[in-house]
Design a protein. Structure first.
Lengths: 291, 55
């Protein structure tokens, strides 16, 4: 509602054990092509605990009113094996009820990396004790997440909010136009920049290769998201034109060993820009999904 | 990218405190061995294939 492209996906409880729930979200065509996921929020409705149950809990286990709700991304591999990745975890009080929000951006990032849009997003939600040990509270047994039994009107069903930005407007444009000069209004792009190592005094006589290299640089500006979005996530800085992919630069240098110069190879990381993007400082850097 | 950044990265990789000073006479007769050149070319090829994700 507050994002330019707002999608809301209703989920279903597929399996519910005593403390673990498996949520299934059909994601096909939910994320527009050429868009960037800013944040994905999972909303779960915590049902109020009946007063009688609360009084019984106070009598039997007065130490803590808290339980831990953990969200994991679940992948079912082709060979049938499962793997999970911890996405978000927070404490909830049994005295509160209502919508609880979890940041599941990383889970959607993982799902995107699978490149199998027809497969649903699977989220495993578990309710556990606040902590383990002999004095641990059993408050977690009182936490009920709607709607294990649908209320009929969809109220309380788990929801997945997807906040995206259209990269056609908010992204970078690839390589700069060599003919057009870069001005304040130039959209973020990658511009050629030659670094002449031979012309650098400090490199004289010991940097043997290369004589220079095409480093590229990111220039131009990025369109800023709507104010409503920056209000919602104040931790996100303005979108800036930055190098999002880089490569290393190998060199041959001559170092004196035992009084004699000896050529050797060294590789300098992140020396050449491969891709420029618009990105906000503070935004999540997606973890790479291991095969 | 500035000169200082390139020099800083190079010194860091080589674990050096400052840029070495070599005379022209030190490198005039210097020949890069074939295995060093082969290693350089292999890294050059690899750097075109492997990209690292920045911030």
């Amino acid at each position: 509602r507050f994002s330019q492209n707002f999608r809301e996906v209703a989920g279903r409880f597929l399996v519910s054990q005593a403390s673990t729930h498996l949520l299934v979200f059909i994601m096909e065509q939910r994320l527009p092509p050429n868009s960037e996921l800013v944040q994905a929020v999972l909303r779960l409705f915590q049902e109020p605990v009946p007063q009688a149950a609360l009084r019984r809990h106070e009598r039997l286990s007065p130490r803590s009113d808290w339980a831990r709700v953990t969200v994991e991304w679940l992948q079912v591999r082709k060979d049938g094996s499962n793997r999970t990745a911890l996405i978000d975890s927070r404490l909830v009080s049994i005295r509160e009820s209502g919508w609880k929000a979890f940041d599941v951006t990383e889970a959607v990032n993982f799902w995107q990396q699978l490149s199998r849009p027809q497969e649903p997003l699977l989220l495993q939600v578990s309710v556990q004790r606040e902590h383990l040990g002999p004095l641990a509270s059993s408050a977690h047994k009182l936490v009920r997440l709607a709607s294990q039994e649908p209320l009929g009107n969809g109220q309380g069903e788990p929801q997945l909010e997807l906040h995206t930005l259209n990269l056609r407007d908010f992204g970078a444009q690839g390589n700069c136009d060599a003919e057009a000069p870069v001005t304040q209004g130039t959209r973020c792009c990658r511009q050629e920049m030659y670094i002449d190592l031979q012309g650098m005094k400090w490199a004289e006589n010991w940097v043997l290769e290369p004589p220079g290299f095409l480093a590229y640089e990111c220039v131009g500006t990025c369109q800023q998201p709507p104010e409503a979005l920056t209000f919602k996530w104040p931790f996100l800085g303005p979108r800036q034109c930055i190098a999002s992919e880089t490569t290393s630069l190998p060199m041959i240098v001559s170092i004196k060993e035992g009084g004699r110069p000896r050529p050797q190879v060294v590789s300098l990381p992140n020396m050449r820009v491969q891709k420029c993007s618009c990105a906000s400082d503070g935004a999540l850097v997606p973890r790479k999904l291991e095969p | 990218m500035t000169e200082e950044q390139i020099l800083g990265s190079l010194l860091q990789q080589l674990h050096l405190g400052e840029a070495p000073v070599l005379d022209k006479s030190d490198v005039e007769e210097l020949v890069t061995p074939a295995h060093v050149r082969a290693q350089y070319v292999a890294l050059l090829k690899r750097s075109h294939e492997v990209r690292s994700r920045g911030k």
